[in-house]
Structures are given as structure tokens and as C-alpha cells.
Design a protein around this ligand. Structure first.
Ligand SMILES: [Zn+2]
Ligand SMILES: [Zn+2]
Length: 452
């Protein structure tokens, strides 16, 4: 097997792995790097430019896995894009939103190449989407060769799949983004057990172990207590969330907390793509039963749209809980704007519930939360930090010890590290070497072809 990581800047970036097994040319995911702009955000498609892909697998619909797929399908109009039923529903919606964001960025940053694809490319991609059920193998043939593809539930987010390829009795497993814990909206990962030839493993949380005694359930409890305290002192609570997945889970957490009398009634303000995704989740639940999210809870909770014409520094005109994207408080998003109004007022509170890249405004704010003020570049506003700022670990990724344990039981001949910052990959490299001394561990350099 030949493996080339097309994610040109390494780290988490624009996920895209090119595999060659016999005569099969296979691509797994094709993302956009959320920290880069323009062509620099794309994978480097150089190695597949003159190659006809036999098929593509889409693991899930976060943009770091999906965001550049329309460019690949435009060049490979015959290749099926194998994925799960929820992803077939979600992918076109996520991509349409991405076009809108790129059009806005074209104006703001003068990026001439934006948008990187058009609505007609999404239509083309949609035609190529091929639903495959979890845990049911499909065989693809080419000449005398054949390969079996099996998708396994990966937890993480609605529709997320791990990919198993069986070629000449070799099992190759690509973990994708994985969460073993169940979430309120979907069950945890169920990865293939037993001996694996090659394991391609995500390493997102490699840099830091889970603090002892902290579980997902105890973090949810801590979060609800803090929201309760903020409301009690007459403040508003901002929870920045990813539009796909985390927002819907938070709706369910708030709904259940209220049903059990653990939170007082108050308006919930929400906006943007995440609200549209709620409707898609409801549809997916009805069609597939793969997720658990009923849109009716939004009505029951009195969820309201937000007027985002607020002035930085002036407190939010309406009290309540603000559940808005982006999760990392990226510039120009609702969470960024709302934070600029919320933070100067001591009754208010901000609760982060997931990972924030250290370079993102959310990451910067967390690092400097003990300072007297925080500068909102995009608003040219220096905000005094008077509200409470806390972080809760409701990550969508398995912690490193769980992944290490999975890797160990696989007794893989080779393990390839992906989807992690360098220090995260380094931890896995070291620990895997120690636990599996006979296994070949590979932290692939971008664009280098490895024979495995
Ligand atoms: Zn993801
Ligand atoms: Zn990812």
C-alpha cells in the first residue's frame, strides 16, 4: 500500500489522504484548513492531478474533512463518494454555507480565488454521493482485483464513520475523527476489533491527558451548575458552539436540565447555520434513527432568533442563554460579536464547551482570561474582562488513552498518525513505540509517498 498525506501544512488542517492499493486509487476526505485562506487552505492535489480516482470516502461533514471535496469530484465525475446516509443529507448544506462564507471573505480580504467552488459543483458532488450502511461491506472491483469497504460508527458527530478496507486479506482501518463516549444526540464509536494490518489514527488530543475524575457526565453537571449561577446573578450566558453537532447536543442538555428542574426557565437565543442543522438532524432521525434529536424541543424551550446589530461594550439587550457559533469565537461570527457585548459586564458569563485552537480568538481569550482586558481586532474594540470565563470538556474526540488502548488491541503491523498538532503526534509516536515495539509507527510528512 502506498500512502500520501495531501494535507500540505500538517497538523489538523485540510484532511485528505491518498491511498493506492494494487491498482485502486482511493481518496479519504478532502477538507479545508480553517486557519488558512485562499488556495493555501486546500490540500495539495498535485499527486492526484493526473490520476483517476476509483472512489472517495467521506468520513463526516466537518469542513476540515469535507470543505474541498467539490473540487475533487469536479475532476473525478465518475468516482462514487462513499459515505453514510446522514452525511448525504448534511454535506450539501454545509458546502452551501461554505460558499457564502467564502463570498464574504472575498469582499473582506480581497481573495480573488474565492469562492473556490460553485453551487453547480455541489450539485455534481451530490450526484456522486453513495450511501453505504454501517457495518455492511460493499465490494468494488477493478479488472481482476477487488476491495471491500466497510463503514463503522465513529461517534464524534452525526454521520461520522471510520473506514475499513479489506484488500487481499489485509485489513486497513482509518479511524476518522472518533469519540467513544455517547453524546446526547448519538451513540459512541464502535470500531472494528481484532488484528489490523494498518491503522490510520487520529491524534487530536494527544498533547494532554484527561484530568482524573473528569468524565463527560461530570463536565455536563459542572456546566449546568455554572449556567444556573450566571442566570441567578441576573447575567446572560454565552456558549460558543460548532454549528454541526455541538449546538444540537447543547440544546438537548439544556432541555433535559430544565425538565429535571436543574435550570430556571429563560429565553435561549440562537442563530445561524446551527439552527438549519437542527432541522436536518430531525429529518435524519426520522429517516435513519441513527441520531436522537427532535426539533420539537426548540419550540418547547422558547428558542429565539438574535438581532446581531449590537454595539461592542453595551450589554446585551435581552437576557438569557446565547447558543451560537463559532465554537472558537472566530472573527465576524455571532459568538465573537456577542462576546464583545457580554464580557465587560460582571453578571454575565462565558462557557466554552469544546476545543479552541490556541491561535483562534477563543483560544487567545482563554489564555488571557486573567488579564484586565481583551482586544477584539475585527471590531477595533478593547473589552474590559469582567464576566466569568470557564471551559468545559465536551470534546468530540476520544482522549489519548482510549485511542492508545484501541491501537494496542489492534496489534497493527503499521500505524500512521494523522489529524493532530505536532506535540499530539509526538506523544502518540512515543507511547505507541513503547507499547507496540514491533509495530512500524509513521508520522507522515505532507506530500511524501510512503510504501507501507
Ligand atoms: Zn470532525
Ligand atoms: Zn476533524
Amino acid at each position: 500500500m502506498k500512502l500520501t498525506d495531501l494535507n500540505r501544512h500538517g497538523e489538523i488542517g485540510a484532511n485528505c489522504i491518498f491511498l493506492q492499493l494494487g491498482s485502486f486509487n482511493i481518496l479519504i476526505d478532502s477538507g479545508l484548513n480553517p486557519k488558512k485562506l485562499g488556495y493555501d487552505a486546500l490540500p495539495d492535489f498535485g499527486p492526484i492531478e493526473n490520476i483517476d480516482l476509483d472512489f472517495i470516502v467521506l468520513t463526516h461533514c466537518h469542513l476540515d474533512h469535507l470543505g474541498s471535496l467539490p473540487i475533487v469530484t469536479a475532476h473525478n465525475p465518475k468516482a462514487p463518494v462513499i459515505t453514510t446516509a446522514p452525511n448525504v443529507t448534511l454535506a450539501p448544506r454545509m458546502l452551501r454555507n461554505s460558499i457564502n462564507v467564502m463570498k464574504r471573505q472575498r469582499e473582506e480580504h480581497g481573495i480573488a480565488e474565492y469562492p473556490l467552488f460553485l453551487h453547480r459543483d455541489i450539485a455534481q458532488l451530490t450526484q456522486q454521493l453513495t450511501i453505504q450502511r454501517f457495518e455492511r461491506g460493499e465490494v468494488y472491483r477493478k479488472g481482476k482485483e477487488q476491495i471491500e469497504v466497510i463503514l463503522h460508527p465513529a461517534g464524534h458527530v452525526a454521520g461520522a464513520a471510520a473506514v475499513e478496507l479489506i484488500y487481499q486479506n489485509r485489513r486497513i482501518v482509518f479511524s476518522g475523527d472518533v469519540l467513544f463516549d455517547a453524546q446526547r444526540t448519538l451513540p459512541g464509536a464502535h470500531l472494528p476489533k481484532g488484528a489490523i494490518d494498518t491503522l490510520i489514527l487520529e491524534t487530536t488530543r494527544g498533547a494532554k491527558g484527561r484530568e482524573s475524575g473528569k468524565t463527560r457526565a461530570s463536565e455536563v453537571d459542572r456546566l449546568i451548575d455554572q449556567i444556573g449561577r450566571i442566570l441567578e446573578r441576573g447575567g446572560s450566558c454565552l456558549i460558543p458552539v460548532f454549528a454541526l453537532g455541538r449546538m444540537q447536543e447543547l440544546f438537548k442538555i439544556l432541555y433535559e436540565a430544565r425538565s429535571f428542574g436543574r435550570l430556571p426557565k429563560c429565553p435561549i437565543h440562537a442563530a445561524g447555520l446551527g439552527m438549519a442543522i437542527c432541522e436536518y438532524f430531525d429529518k435524519i432521525r426520522k429517516q435513519t434513527q441513527l441520531i436522537d434529536f427532535d426539533i420539537k424541543i426548540l419550540e418547547k424551550m422558547d428558542v429565539r432568533a438574535i438581532d446581531l446589530n449590537m454595539r461592542p461594550g453595551r450589554d446585551l439587550p435581552r437576557k438569557g442563554i446565547y447558543l451560537v457559533s463559532s465554537g472558537m469565537m472566530v472573527e465576524h461570527t455571532p459568538s465573537y460579536k456577542i462576546a464583545a457585548s457580554l464580557l465587560p459586564h460582571p453578571n454575565n458569563g462565558l462557557c466554552f464547551v469544546g476545543y479552541c485552537d490556541p491561535d483562534s480568538p477563543g483560544g487567545q481569550l482563554l489564555e488571557n482570561r486573567d488579564e484586565a482586558s481583551f482586544f477584539f481586532d475585527a471590531l477595533d474594540y478593547l473589552a474590559p474582562l469582567r464576566a466569568s470565563i470557564d471551559q468545559y470538556d465536551l470534546s468530540g474526540h476520544a482522549d489519548r488513552d482510549e485511542l492508545l488502548e484501541y491501537a494496542e488491541q489492534s496489534e497493527a503491523r503499521a500505524i500512521v498518525l494523522t489529524h493532530g498538532d505536532q506535540n499530539a503526534r509526538d506523544w502518540f509516536y512515543r507511547e505507541l513505540k513503547r507499547h507496540l515495539p514491533d509495530t512500524k509507527i509513521l508520522d507522515p510528512k505532507p506530500l511524501e509517498a510512503y510504501e507501507i
